[in-house]
Design a binder for this molecule. Sequence first.
Ligand code: AKB
Length: 317
Amino acid sequence: MKEVILVLGASGQIGTELVMNLRETYGNANVVASDIKDAHPDVMESGPFEEINVMDGNRIAEVVKKHGVTQVYHLVAMLSATAERMPEKGWALNMDSLFHVLNLAKDGAIKKVYWPSSIACFGPNTPKMNTPQETIMEPSTVYGISKQAGEQWCNYYFNKYNVDVRSIRYPGIISWKSEPGGGTTDYAVEIYYEALKQGKYTSFLDKGTMLPMMYMPDAIRATVGLMDAPADQVKVRTSYNLAGISFAPEHVAESIQKIMPDFKLDFAPDFRQAIADSWPSIIDDSRAREDWGWKHEFDLDRMTEDMLTNLKVKLGL
Ligand code: AKB
C-alpha cells in the first residue's frame, strides 16, 4: 500500500531534516510538511506544505483527508525551558495536539503515529547513571509532565484501541541545519555557532552538567528505524530510551579545542540549570537495541568535526 506521510512541526529542528529524509525514501509528493509558519526553503520547495495549527483538530483531519495521509509524525512541542515560563499553554499544546492525532488513528483515518517523548519524562528521583527503560519517573517540569502523561496515553491507545503509535525518549539533539528553540540542551548547539562567530561561549549550564545527547543524523535514523520496524518488534508502547553520547559543556569545549585551540568557555548557569539537574546523565537504551536494532554512530569528536565544517559554510566563514 502507498504510504503518505504528514509531518506536523516541519519547520522545527527535527522536522526540517526528517521531512527531507522521508522525501528521499517515499518520494517528495508523498510527504506533506506542515507547520504554523513556513519551513526551511529546502522543505518548502521540494514537496507539499500545509499550514496547520496543531491545536485545531479539524484542520489536521482535513489535511489527512485531502492528501490520503496514512502516517503522522507529530513533532510539535513546547520544550522544557519555554514551557516553564508558560505552563498552561505548554500543557495545552503538548497534550491537546497529541489527542487530536491519537484520535485520528483510533477512528481509522491514519494507520501509524510517531510522537516523541524526551529524557524530560524522568525526574530528580530517577537513577542518573544508566537510567533503565522502566524506573522511577517523577518529572519536575511542565514539559516533562506532559511527556510522561503523553507516553501513558500512547500506551493506553495502543492497548485499548490497537493504535500503532511509536515513540522515542529523545536526548538533547544537536544539528547545524536548523536551530532548536526553548530547550535546556540548546547550549550544545549554540556553543558551535559562538565558537565560529566569537571564539568563545558562556554556557547557561554549569561545568559538570552531563546530559544525554545525540547528533541529528543518528536521531533521524532512530526515528525512521523505529517507524519501519515490524509492529511485533515494537514491544515498548510508552516510549523507548535512546542513547547516543553523554557529555557536559566542558567536554564539548575540549572537543572544539582540538580543531580551534583558542576557543574559550565560561559558565553562567541560569534557571535552566535546575531543569538539567533533574534529568539523567547516561541512559540505558538496551531495549531499543534488542527490539529493533538501534545503534548510534556519532561520537562527540566526529559530531564536532561535522558541525564545525557545515556551520562554517552555512555562516559563510
Ligand atoms: C529540551 O531541552 O527541552 C529538549 C529535550 C531534551 O527534550 N531538547
